[in-house]
Design a protein around this ligand. Structure first.
Ligand SMILES: *Cc1c(COP(=O)(O)O)cnc(C)c1O
Length: 419
């Protein structure tokens, strides 16, 4: 029987212990994130490479011992987790890497890895008695919250910047969420969420302001270990907004080590941000453990447009203790790489994912990453939910009649450029 071995919550900075079986948000001692703690000795008794191999279905819930939901009936599963780790041969060649792997998170339901975090957080919030949910979102989190909230049968409110891509807004609406569009950034939306939550009693599932979205995202690290036969890669490159996935993966590796499943060797963790919003890169370079809020954040990569991250210290500590780094990518390179990645066979990836490959090219060129190192790049979401990269040319419409064939051939000869 696979059940959660959750024991308590711990203040990430205060180290204080809290009850994990009531709804909790930030550490009451210092308003910093709370982290879930497990009885890893007990987890190791039922969770092993062998038992995992027998769990052929269930996506991220295959790791139930290391997830917070106690009642198996409460596990919301829309197919998230167990995404592919594949070698993108042509793209790897163009980047000068021999052993590049892509973790294909766009294959999750709702088109991004936000599904992992929301699967865990919404399941657990419902188990602990939450009656309605709310969160700010620059895009993908809102759609995921709406989808999992609907699966749980709980009313959801999503607060989004007014310029959020239409696909994200419509996804939340179709999944029956109340959508509030705000003239402002994700940080403004977060403030409004807190006010609405205080007034209505809705449970605020802003990332790292409750303890369980990071647990869902942690499963990316667990899967990597399993997929690589319990030998972690040399480098992990991750597009970082709030940093939930990085914090989660670092936590996953620590838990696996405590369970005797991986060695103490850690991948170098690399955070990628956009030059138009790079608070963690700036703090990393300055040697700080807190990131000052970024003023005037702009980037087409909505998931990276996070001016202030509540998990800043957790991210910065994880980067440093792994021997990793943080890099910012110019917006033009994100745009260009989104098309290069598609041309080179990585599919229609999100701008956030494109930022990862743009950063990789730079990191290989400047010697931070060697050509023969095993690198895992996170493709965190599909491109379809965003406005297309600038410069795409809409092809002309041609007639279907036979006499149009000559014109069609002439057009194709010119690279199908429009008249
Ligand atoms: C949210 C998001 C990110 C950033 O994720 P964090 O774990 O919060 O840093 C990156 N890419 C995409 C596509 C996202 O939706």
């Amino acid at each position: 029987m696979t059940t959660s071995t959750l024991t308590h919550l711990e203040g990430s900075e205060s180290g204080r212990t809290y009850d994990a079986d009531v709804l909790q948000r930030l550490d009451p001692a210092d308003d910093r994130p709370l982290l879930a703690r497990y009885d890893l000795g007990q987890a190791a008794r039922s969770l092993s490479p062998k038992s995992l191999a027998q769990r052929t279905s269930g996506g991220l819930w295959r790791w139930a011992e290391l997830l917070p939901v106690r009642d198996p009936q409460r596990r919301l599963w829309l197919g998230e987790g167990a995404t592919a780790l594949y070698p993108p041969t042509r793209l790897a060649g163009a980047l000068g890497l021999d052993r590049l792997l892509i973790k294909a998170e766009g294959a999750n339901p709702t088109g991004s890895f936000k599904a992992r975090g929301m699967a865990a957080a919404v399941s657990r919030a419902a188990e602990l008695g939450a009656t309605s949910l709310i969160a700010p979102s620059a895009g993908n989190a809102g759609g995921a919250l709406a989808a999992y909230g609907a699966a749980a049968g709980l009313p959801v409110t999503v607060v989004m910047p007014a310029d959020v891509p239409a696909a994200n807004r419509d996804e939340a609406l179709v999944c029956d969420a109340d959508v509030l569009l705000v003239e402002g950034l994700i940080s403004d939306c977060g403030r409004i969420c807190a006010q609405i939550a205080a007034a209505t009693g809705a449970f605020d599932v802003s990332t790292l302001k409750e303890p369980y979205r990071v647990e869902g995202k942690k499963t990316m690290g667990l899967e990597l270990a399993e997929d690589l036969d319990w030998h972690l890669p040399d480098v992990i490159v991750y597009p970082t907004g709030g940093g939930t996935g990085l914090v989660g993966m670092a936590k996953a590796f620590d838990e696996l080590e405590a369970m005797g499943l991986v060695s103490e060797r850690r991948p170098r963790l690399v955070s990628v941000q956009a030059e138009g919003c790079a608070p963690l890169v700036r703090a990393f370079a300055a040697g700080e453990r807190r990131a000052e809020p970024w003023v005037g954040a702009t980037t087409r990569a909505g998931g990276l447009r996070v001016p202030a991250a509540i998990g800043d210290t957790l991210v910065l500590d994880a980067l440093r203790s792994s021997g990793g780094t943080a890099v910012a990518v110019p917006e033009e390179e994100i745009d260009a790489m989104q098309r290069s990645a598609g041309r080179l066979g990585a599919g229609y990836i999100s701008p956030e994912s494109a930022a990862v490959f743009a950063a990789l090219r730079e990191l290989v060129a400047n010697g931070t990453i060697d050509a023969d190192e095993q690198v895992v790049a996170f493709d965190t979401g599909i491109g379809h939910k965003y406005p297309p990269p600038p410069g795409l040319v809409t092809p002309p419409v041609v007639g279907a009649a036979e006499q149009d064939v000559d014109r069609i051939l002439a057009l194709l000869d010119r690279g199908a450029a429009p008249a």
